[in-house]
Design a protein around this ligand. Structure first.
Ligand SMILES: Cc1cc2nc3c(=O)[nH]c(=O)nc-3n(C[C@H](O)[C@H](O)[C@H](O)COP(=O)(O)O)c2cc1C
Length: 189
């Protein structure tokens, strides 16, 4: 699996491991073992949860059927499909948490960095049926369905349809000056 820094050029100095992580789609279909977690969150509440299904096990088809066809063509070779959810209320007092999605996003990103560092493909997906996920996975209303991810061992680019083969490279980012501003809000592109 190539590293992002082999292709990407950041417009500011940045730790290489952040540029290196990217989201390939080509996976081999091989199995992988269980994962780890370590992420910051508001009040260290860790209001996020991850539900997963391993390929070839009883829950795989349920998870796979949530995914849109455009993602199925490559996610079929994943070893694990994950649904990230977050609890909208703090466990300790049941008051609403403003940052539950933000915290779940931090957890997901650490997961993605860790997985990439271990040589795995970790690819986020919002292309799935959120309502169906809630229903099929019996996710209570107090949890928000955030996103899915496909994880697997890298596979040959040729396993992808031609259109996706052409996109199987680390992509670019807009300039930092379009996202980060000193002082009050400014419209940036
Ligand atoms: C929350 C989230 C949802 C995503 N949904 C999809 C998706 O449904 N299908 C897909 O092919 N890629 C999806 N992606 C991958 C993004 O397109 C990709 O992360 C983005 O283009 C940046 O590229 P990079 O991850 O290679 O740096 C998703 C990524 C994230 C973080």
């Amino acid at each position: 699996m190539i590293k992002g820094s082999e292709i990407r050029k950041a417009d500011h100095p940045i730790e290489p491991f952040l540029i290196d992580r990217w989201s390939p789609r080509a996976m081999s279909g091989e199995e992988i073992s269980e994962e780890e977690r370590w992420a910051p969150s508001s009040f260290n509440a860790q209001q996020w949860r991850a539900l997963y299904a391993r390929r070839g096990t009883e829950h795989w088809q349920t998870f796979f059927d949530l995914v849109v066809d455009a993602n199925k063509v490559w996610a079929k070779n994943a070893a694990v499909l994950i649904v990230f959810i977050s609890r909208k209320f703090f466990d300790y007092n049941d008051e609403p948490s403003v940052t539950h999605s933000y915290d779940a996003g931090a957890a997901w990103e650490n997961f993605a960095l860790q997985g990439f560092h271990q040589g795995l493909v970790v690819h986020g997906m919002e292309g799935f049926d959120y309502d169906r996920a809630r229903k099929e996975l019996r996710i209570p209303d107090e949890f928000q369905v955030e996103a899915m991810a496909a994880v697997g061992r890298p596979g040959p680019k040729e396993s992808l349809p031609e259109k996706l083969q052409a996109r199987e490279n680390p992509n670019d980012r807009r300039k930092l000056s379009g996202s980060i501003f000193e002082g009050p809000f400014q419209a940036g592109k």
